[in-house]
Write a protein that binds this ligand. Structure first.
Ligand code: G6P
Length: 367
C-alpha cells in the first residue's frame, strides 16, 4: 500500500498533486477547435435530442452534489437552460416529478453510492433520460445510465474527494459546452471556453506550487473552533465544498453561507473567535463581495480570501490566497483547489487521520 503512495504521506496529498494530469485525461480527445465544441460521444445523445431538453437536473451526494451546483451554474451560463442540482438522497424520497424534456445527470466518483443509484432507478422507472458523470468504469451507476462521460480521474483512495471532484467540474464544462453549442453559444465563445479548459492543468499546477503558503494559512485557521466559508453565485458551491472538506477531515465546525445572506442572520455570530474564508473572485460581484468582507471585518471577524490578483482590497487587512484567472464560467474549478490544501494542512496540523476520517466511508453503499 505504501508503494502506491509514491512517496506522499497521504493519498489525499497524492491525489491533490495528481490533478494537472487527471484533468489532462478528462479533456484528452474531447475538444474540437474547428467548431468550438466538445466531443462527448458517450452521452449517446444526437444534436436534435440535445436541443430538445428544456431543463437540466443534476443529482449527487456530498461533494458530488456541491460540484453539481457548480455544473448547474455553468450550464445556465453557457447553454442558457434552467439547471439545478439536488441531493440524490432527498430526491429519491420525495416523489420527484420526472419530465421527458429534462436531462438528468447523475454525478458520482464511485458509481456505487446507493442514494444516487436509487435516484437513477427512479428517473428511469418514470421514463426520464439520465446520463452519468462517473469515475469508476462499469460501476452500478455508469451501467444504469443511458450514457455518460467518464471522468478518467484514476483511482481515488482518500475518503475526502479531490481529483475526482475537479474532473466532475471539468466534465460539467464539457457538457455545458455541448448543450450550449447546439443552442445560442457562438463558435467564438465555444473556442474561448475550450482555450480556457486547455489551460487548466498548467494553472492548477501553479496553485499547487503555493502549497507552503497555504499550509501557513491552514495553521492559522485550524486554531478556530468554528469557521464560516462564504461565496455567492459561482462562489457559493465553492464555499460549500470548502466547508465540507474542512468538516470531514479536520473535525472543525465549518459552515457555508451565501455571502449575500450573511446580513440576514449569520452575521450575528461573527466575532474575534469566528474566522471566515471568503471566496472573492474578480467578476461582476467583486464590489459586493468586498462590501461583505468589510462588514465581517467591522465586527472583529478575521477573513482569509481566496481571490484573483487584480481584486483590490484597499485598506482591508485581509490575507489572500491568489488563484490564476480563467474564464468567469470556469473560475469555480480553480478557486476550489486551495481549499483542498487548506483542509488538508489544517487536518495535518491537528494530527488527524487524513485518509480515513472518523464516521465516514469513501462510498456509501448501504442506507
Ligand atoms: C460519501 C463520501 C463523500 C462523497 C459522497 C459521494 O459520502 O464520504 O466524500 O462525496 O459519498 O460519493 P460518490 O462516490 O457518489 O461521488
Amino acid at each position: 500500500e505504501d508503494l502506491d503512495l509514491g512517496g506522499y504521506p497521504h493519498y489525499m496529498a497524492k491525489e491533490i498533486q495528481e490533478q494537472p494530469e487527471s484533468v489532462e485525461r478528462i479533456i484528452r480527445g474531447r475538444l474540437d477547435d474547428r467548431f468550438g465544441v466538445a466531443r462527448l460521444d458517450g452521452l449517446n445523445l444526437t444534436p436534435r435530442e440535445l436541443r430538445g431538453f428544456s431543463r437540466v437536473k443534476i443529482l449527487g451526494c456530498g461533494s458530488a452534489y456541491y460540484v453539481g451546483q457548480v455544473g448547474a451554474t455553468m450550464i445556465e451560463e453557457l447553454a442558457r437552460i434552467p439547471a439545478d442540482a439536488e441531493a440524490a438522497s432527498e430526491f429519491r424520497y420525495r416523489n420527484p416529478i420526472i419530465e421527458a424534456d429534462t436531462l438528468y445527470i447523475a454525478v458520482s466518483q464511485s458509481g456505487e453510492t446507493i442514494d444516487t443509484a436509487f435516484a437513477v432507478e427512479e428517473i428511469k422507472r418514470k421514463g426520464g433520460r439520465v446520463v452519468g458523470l462517473v469515475n469508476v468504469v462499469g460501476s452500478t451507476i455508469a451501467r444504469a445510465c443511458d450514457g455518460g462521460v467518464y471522468l478518467h480521474a484514476g483511482p481515488e483512495i482518500a475518503v475526502a474527494s479531490t481529483k475526482a471532484l475537479t474532473n466532475m467540474a471539468v466534465g460539467f464544462a464539457l457538457i455545458a459546452l455541448t448543450l450550449g453549442r447546439v443552442r445560442d453559444l457562438s463558435n467564438a465563445d465555444g473556442q474561448r471556453i475550450i482555450d480556457a479548459i486547455r489551460a487548466l492543468p498548467g494553472q492548477i499546477k501553479s496553485i499547487l506550487d503555493f502549497e507552503p503558503e497555504i499550509a501557513e494559512h491552514a495553521k492559522t485557521v485550524a486554531v478556530a473552533k468554528s469557521l464560516f466559508f462564504v461565496g455567492r453565485v459561482r462562489g457559493y458551491p465553492v464555499a460549500r465544498e470548502g466547508a465540507q472538506k474542512f468538516k470531514e477531515i479536520s473535525y472543525r465546525h465549518a459552515e457555508a453561507y451565501q455571502t449575500s445572506e450573511l446580513k440576514h442572520g449569520p452575521l450575528a455570530l461573527i466575532d474575534e473567535a469566528l474566522p471566515t474564508v471568503a471566496v472573492v473572485p474578480s467578476d461582476e460581484l467583486t464590489g459586493r463581495n468586498l462590501a461583505a468582507v468589510q462588514q465581517i471585518k467591522a465586527r472583529g471577524g478575521a477573513v482569509l480570501a481566496v481571490t484573483h490578483e487584480n481584486v483590490d482590497f484597499g485598506e482591508l487587512d485581509v490575507p489572500r490566497i491568489v488563484v490564476p484567472k480563467t474564464e468567469p464560467e470556469l473560475d469555480p474549478i480553480l478557486l476550489t483547489i486551495p481549499l483542498q490544501l487548506l483542509a488538508y494542512h489544517a487536518a495535518l496540523t491537528l494530527g488527524y487521520d487524513i485518509d480515513k476520517p472518523r464516521n465516514l466511508a469513501k462510498s456509501v453503499t448501504v442506507e
